[in-house]
Design a protein around this ligand. Structure first.
Ligand code: ZN
Length: 505
């Protein structure tokens, strides 16, 4: 009776049931070598358990523990499924076990690696991490995540005030899993601007702020003046068009923390996002389409903004690197070089599929001077844990080609006619489940006379949007008349920027 009681109540009662608990000796390897991995334990009822005395993460429907090569622990007698996973470049491995009331059960899980991104020159990073900097080196190894800027200062939200801002930029880690700590998030939800992540920002941002002031662009400008990287965390935030117009965005999170391993955060407007203008954006697939359409609309204003990605692990039911951006390096891996190449746009963002695209042999972010209609040789390769449902080639916001691999491995070279100047990008999607996994490259740029074109409809859209945004604010939203004047001036500059794009057409 007690054994049955133990199996139903699982680990919380493991200690009390020790006499009826079996010991499990779990080892996790890849290519025959011990490795760190994320481990799930499910009992017969499907209840997820964490491993005592391991680094574990429990958020909503996500419960896992990190095992670094091996771990011994006890489980109440019963049947279990143990599964290990490790980032985007490895296949999962699982095993069913019957743990007897006494004795040792050995479990060995080997995670096949189907691609070695570092060997191909690609290094991954998650730009939105809320995990402990102490635990992060282990988590980075478990997810094969190369760059982990941990947000150590969070301003504007309800979370408790942070400890003193770190004086050093980097936390101790190994040579290919780098963890930095001078990273800040400014987040004002509901009526506020949304969120922006200021990475590699040596000076702590001033904590004094109202819902609307200082503006995101002010924080971004101050941080960038010191060499920081400003990531517009996702395209749905109301202030993205303002911060972009004033030239203070380095990348934008087209794959972001609203996409979880087993679900989605679909109610974006609750947090203060822009309003969705189409009902079809309310579905799982539609939500991703909303991100992509917004990104396209910004690119159609001539912004040369690379893609980025962030999970918000620590807040969301995701692990670090669930959303990640891969950056292609043309030399040795260093933290500084990774950010420089991210800024240059040699990147794709993903929460699953790996997407390699070159145009005439060059990486995303490359520039091709456009003077007349020209043919481009586009080489597309995907590798993924799951099958890829479709690949889309996008030229100036229009899908001009669809491919349907229906396989996890795909490679094809196609010829694309670039009839007008602008931008060319590729994205791919796995089939929709209770979430959606997709990847998107930074575009290849085709400027004419050194300039990317702007499409009047998109410029008009954002001029109108910012005008409306500014009109919702009144002097009472500001601490002083001076603050109100400064904000009004910034809004005016953004509106004039978009109107200038229409006029120059
Ligand atoms: Zn955050």
């Amino acid at each position: 009776m007690l054994a049955r009681f133990c199996s139903l109540n699982a680990l919380a009662l493991a200690a009390a049931c020790a006499a009826y608990a079996g010991e499990v000796d779990l080892s996790v390897t890849t290519q025959g070598k011990p490795t760190a991995a994320r481990v799930y334990i499910l009992d017969v009822a499907g209840k997820a358990l964490s491993i005592p005395n391991a680094v574990s993460y429990i958020r909503r429907n996500e419960t896992h523990s990190i095992v670094d090569g091996g771990k011994r622990f006890t489980l109440p007698a019963g049947m279990y499924t143990i599964r290990a996973e490790k980032g985007t470049e490895f296949l999962p491995s699982s095993q069913s076990i019957d743990v007897p009331a006494q004795g040792l059960t050995r479990v060995h899980l080997d995670l096949p690696r189907f691609v070695d991104m570092n060997a191909r020159g690609w290094y991954s990073g998650d730009l939105h991490i809320h995990r402990s900097p102490i635990e992060m080196p282990l988590l980075a190894r478990a997810e094969e995540l190369n760059v982990s800027p941990v947000i150590t200062r969070h301003l504007g939200g309800p979370r408790a005030a942070d400890a003193a801002y770190p004086a050093q930029a980097m936390a101790p880690s190994d040579a290919t899993h780098l963890v930095s700590v001078q990273n800040q998030e400014i987040e004002r939800l509901q009526r506020g601007h949304g969120a922006i992540d200021l990475l590699n920002a040596p000076t702590a941002a001033a904590a004094r702020m109202m819902t609307h002031y200082p503006m995101e662009v002010d924080f971004a400008r101050a941080a960038r003046a010191e060499g920081a990287f400003a990531d517009a965390e996702k395209p749905i935030w109301k202030h993205v068009p303002v911060t972009l117009a004033l030239g203070q965005v380095d990348a934008i999170g087209v794959v972001n923390n609203h996409f979880h391993p087993n679900g989605m955060l679909l109610d974006a407007e609750t947090y203060g996002s822009m309003e969705r203008e189409k009902p079809e954006y309310k579905t799982i697939a539609g939500f991703a389409q909303w991100m992509l359409d917004l990104y396209s609309s910004f690119l159609n204003c001539g912004f040369r903004i690379p893609v980025s990605a962030g999970s918000a692990s620590g807040v969301m039911p995701s692990w670090p690197g669930y959303e990640r951006v891969y950056v292609h390096l043309d030399g040795p891996f260093t933290y500084e070089r990774w950010f420089a190449r991210l800024k240059a746009g040699a990147s794709f963002a993903t929460n699953g599929p790996l997407l390699f695209v070159t145009a005439n042999g060059k990486q995303p972010g490359s520039e091709f001077q456009w003077s007349k209609p020209t043919k481009v040789r586009l080489s597309i390769e995907t590798r993924s844990q799951a099958s890829i449902e479709r690949i889309e080639v996008v030229l100036n916001g229009e899908v001009i080609r669809r491919l349907h691999p229906r396989s996890s491995t795909f490679q094809q070279t196609i010829s694309i006619n670039v009839a007008k100047p602008g931008w060319l990008a590729v994205r791919c999607f796995e089939p929709v489940t209770n979430t959606i996994r997709y990847a998107h490259t930074t575009p290849f740029w085709f400027p004419q006379n050194g300039k990317l074109p702007a499409q009047p409809a998109d410029a008009r859209r954002w001029a109108e949007f910012v005008r409306h945004l500014a009109a919702t604010l009144s002097p009472s939203d500001y601490l002083s008349a001076e603050d109100h004047r400064a904000a009004s001036s910034a809004y005016r500059q953004a509106i004039e920027f978009y109107e200038g794009l229409i006029a120059s057409k």
